[in-house]
Design a binder for this molecule. Structure first.
Ligand SMILES: Nc1ncnc2c1ncn2[C@@H]1O[C@H](COP(=O)(O)OP(=O)(O)OP(=O)(O)O)[C@@H](O)[C@H]1O
Length: 253
C-alpha cells in the first residue's frame, strides 16, 4: 500500500551551513509530488533525508525534525535503515547500473533479501522489467551486460531494480536530466503508470515535466518551502511572488 509521507520541521546542516530550514511537507498516498526550485535550494537534501541517505554520504551532517513514511518513524533510533530503504526506493540523475547482466541487476535486491529460488527470481525480474516498461526491449537478452544498454534503457533498468524489492515509495532525483527527449517521455509515461501504486517524489529542473506528471508541486528556495499545492494551481495561479518569478524565469538562480 502506498503510504503517506509526512515531514515536520525538517532542518539539515552540513557543517555550519543550513541546507534545510524547518521544512514541513506532506505527500498523499499514491500521488506524485514534484520538487522544483533553483540550484542549491535543498531539493536533493530533502529527498535524501527521507531514506536517510544523508548520513551515508555526509556523516557529519545533522538532521533535525520528524519524517514519517507510513508507519515508519524514519529517524527513530529503533528504525531499521535497511528495512526503510527497501520500502523507499531511489533513482538518481545518472543511471547507475551495476557492471553485471540485466538479469543480475534486477535480481540483486531480491537475492540480498535471501530469494534463491530460480523461478521466483525469474518471475520477479520479469515483473519488475514489465513495470519499468523495459521488458519488450530486453526479453531474450537478459544475460547481456546492463552497461551495453542505452542511457534511457539503463535508467528504466535502475527503476526496475528499485521496484524488484517491492518498495512503496519512489524517490527520483532528476531522473531524466541525462536523457534524450524520447527516453524522457518514456520515463514520464512510466511515472504516470506507477502513480497510485507508489507514493512518488520527483526532483526536477524541467518545469514542463513537473506540470505534466505531478499531482502536487512544492517550490523550494534557499532551504525553505515557499509554496506547495496542487500542480495546476501552482503553475497557473501561484500565490507567492517568488514562485511566480521562478516559473516565469525572472528568478536569479
Ligand atoms: N554533502 C554535502 N556537503 C556539504 N554541503 C552540501 C552537501 N550536499 C549539499 N550541500 C549544500 O547544501 C545546499 C543544498 O544542496 P542540494 O543538493 O540539496 O540542493 P538542490 O536544490 O538539490 O540543488 P540542485 O538543483 O543543483 O541539484 C547547497 O548549498 C549545497 O552546496
Amino acid at each position: 500500500m502506498a503510504p503517506e509521507i509526512r515531514v515536520e520541521g525538517l532542518s539539515v546542516w552540513y557543517d555550519r551551513q543550513r541546507a534545510l530550514k524547518d521544512v514541513s511537507l506532506n505527500v498523499r498516498p499514491g500521488t506524485v509530488m514534484a520538487l522544483i526550485g533553483p540550484s542549491g535550494c535543498g531539493k536533493s537534501t530533502f529527498l535524501r533525508a527521507i531514506n536517510r541517505l544523508i548520513e551515508e554520504s555526509t556523516p557529519r551532517a545533522r538532521v533535525q525534525g520528524h519524517v514519517q513514511v507510513g508507519d515508519i518513524d524514519v529517524y527513530h533510533p529503533s528504525t531499521d535503515v535497511n528495512d526503510l530503504r527497501r520500502r523507499v526506493g531511489m533513482v538518481f540523475q545518472l543511471p547507475n547500473p551495476f557492471p553485471f547482466s540485466i538479469f543480475d541487476n534486477v535480481a540483486y535486491g531480491p537475492r540480498l533479501q535471501g530469494v534463491r529460488d530460480g523461478r521466483t527470481l525469474r518471475r520477479l525480474v520479469e515483473n519488475s522489467l514489465k513495470q519499468a516498461a523495459l521488458w519488450d526491449e530486453v526479453r531474450g537478452k537478459l544475460r547481456r551486460p546492463a552497461l551495453a544498454l542505452s542511457g534511457g534503457q539503463q535508467q528504466r533498468l535502475c527503476i526496475a531494480r528499485a521496484l524488484a524489492v517491492n518498495p512503496d515509495v519512489l524517490l527520483m532525483d532528476e531522473p531524466t536530466a541525462s536523457l534524450d527527449p524520447l527516453s524522457t517521455s518514456k520515463i514520464e509515461e512510466l511515472v504516470a503508470d506507477l502513480r497510485g501504486r507508489y507514493t512518488i517524489i520527483l526532483v526536477t529542473h524541467n518545469l514542463r515535466q513537473a506540470a505534466r506528471i505531478s499531482d502536487h508541486t512544492a517550490f523550494f528556495s534557499n532551504g525553505m518551502v515557499i509554496e506547495t499545492g496542487d500542480t495546476r494551481q501552482i503553475f497557473t495561479a501561484p500565490r507567492e511572488q517568488q514562485t511566480e518569478e521562478y516559473l516565469t524565469g525572472r528568478y536569479e538562480d
